[in-house]
Design a protein around this ligand. Structure first.
Ligand code: HEM
Ligand SMILES: *[C@@H]1O[C@H](CO)[C@@H](O)[C@H](O)[C@H]1NC(C)=O
Ligand SMILES: *[C@@H]1O[C@H](CO)[C@@H](O)[C@H](O)[C@H]1NC(C)=O
Ligand SMILES: *[C@@H]1O[C@H](CO)[C@@H](O)[C@H](O)[C@H]1NC(C)=O
Length: 324
């Protein structure tokens, strides 16, 4: 490095050369671009959208499942498709992590998209980009605001079960722990609230909210009663209930109106409106749904940009479940 800039450079020129050097390195290795597949695979985005639309029209919940896959990918060492790697005899992936086991779904939809893209443009479109675009298309399919997705992520050759266990927030967390978990990934408390609005779609298992039904005070009594038959004090661990009791397949702001009437399903949901510092942001998203839509879209773009592998790092997997 020293020899690269020494010689004829004056101190001022050295400074400029250094800045230029780092700028160029940044562009070559870290920048994503929405037109990344413009010439290498011009039909990549339409292929992903058709497959997502078809999967969501068969089962609306699949849109939620695909969105959650992207979140659980990005929060564990960046958006690198590590979450998609299967365990093998000599490889331990992230699928058995507490937040993922018996919970994540949508892997088959990603496999279908990947095999279509491998026929169309072999070894070009990464699994990490497929997850990012599928999350956006899922949001749109269920009525959310569209946004432009930066592309050019590459796929990891590794995964981390321990990082998955420590970085993906648990539904038992209190507000300050939720704020810390998101702050560790560079997000503000406001972005935590916006991103939690994802729970306006999808389902959760009884085991993730049972304690709230039977032991918490800040829950609407009739709401709690309505959930108890499918989520008894023991048994029924895998019985599902909608995260948004009002409109579970519509990407709207009802998640926030539910919180205000103490109808958050998860302990972590209700923590966002429980007399703490984020109550005002929840109220803001109740009274201004358009602000939620744009804040959410911007936070999704930011989440998709968490530590991507780019340039010559990582690889383009041909099968999203295994390293090439
Ligand atoms: C704030 C911290 C969060 C916690 C504690 C949390 C926790 C959970 C839990 C426990 C479930 C139910 C899982 C099951 O029962 O199998 C769930 C579902 C879901 N989560 Fe989160 N989550 C959080 C944030 C997010 C974020 C940031 C997103 C997306 C950007 C997201 C998207 C979803 C979706 C869409 C579902 C429904 C999935 C389906 O129906 O298949 N969550 N979450
Ligand atoms: C893991 O096992 C597979 C065969 O099942 C083999 O191809 C691969 O090289 C092994 N990887 C390592 C890191 O030992
Ligand atoms: C939140 O949870 C953390 C970790 O469990 C705990 O140390 C802290 O005291 C809790 N904060 C509040 C306000 O309950
Ligand atoms: C609880 O929910 C019921 C049914 O939606 C509603 O009528 C009632 O006003 C709610 N109670 C509170 C305290 O928000």
């Amino acid at each position: 490095m020293g020899s690269y800039i020494t010689g004829s450079c004056t101190p001022t020129n050295t400074k400029i050369s250094l800045s230029l050097f780092f700028l160029l390195v940044g562009v070559a290795s870290a920048q994503l671009s929405s037109t990344f597949y413009g010439t290498s695979c011009p039909n990549a985005l339409s292929t992903i959208k058709s497959a997502v639309d078809s999967a969501v029209s068969k089962e609306a919940r699949m849109g939620a499942s695909l969105l959650r896959l992207h979140f659980h990918d990005c929060f564990v060492n960046g958006c690198d498709a590590s979450v998609l790697l299967d365990d093998t005899a000599n490889f331990t992936g992230e699928k058995t992590a507490g937040a993922n086991a018996n919970s994540l779904r949508g892997f088959d939809v990603i496999d279908t998209i990947k095999s279509q893209l491998e026929s169309l443009c072999p070894k070009v479109v990464s699994c990490a980009d497929i997850l990012t675009v599928a999350a956006r298309d899922s949001i749109v399919a269920l009525g959310g605001l569209t946004y432009t997705v930066p592309l050019g992520r590459r796929d990891s050759t590794t995964a981390s079960l321990s990082a998955a266990n420590s970085n993906i927030p648990a539904p038992t967390l209190n507000l300050s722990a939720l704020i810390t978990a998101f702050s560790n990934k560079g997000f503000t408390a406001k972005e935590l609230v916006a991103l939690s609005g994802s729970h306006t779609i999808g389902q959760a298992r009884c085991t993730t909210f049972r304690t709230r039904l039977y032991n918490e005070a800040n829950i609407n009594a009739s709401f709690a009663t309505s959930l108890k038959s499918s989520c008894p004090t023991s048994g029924g661990a895998n019985n599902l209930s909608p995260l948004d009791v009002t409109s579970p397949t519509s990407f709207d702001n009802a998640y926030f109106t539910n919180l205000v009437s103490q109808k958050g399903l998860l302990h972590s949901d209700q923590q966002l409106f429980s007399g703490g510092s984020t109550d005002s942001q929840v109220n803001a998203y109740v009274s201004n749904p358009a602000t939620f839509r744009t804040d959410f879209a911007n936070a999704m773009i930011k989440m998709g940009n968490l530590s991507p592998l780019t340039g010559t790092n990582g690889q383009i997997r041909t099968n999203c479940r295994k390293v090439n």
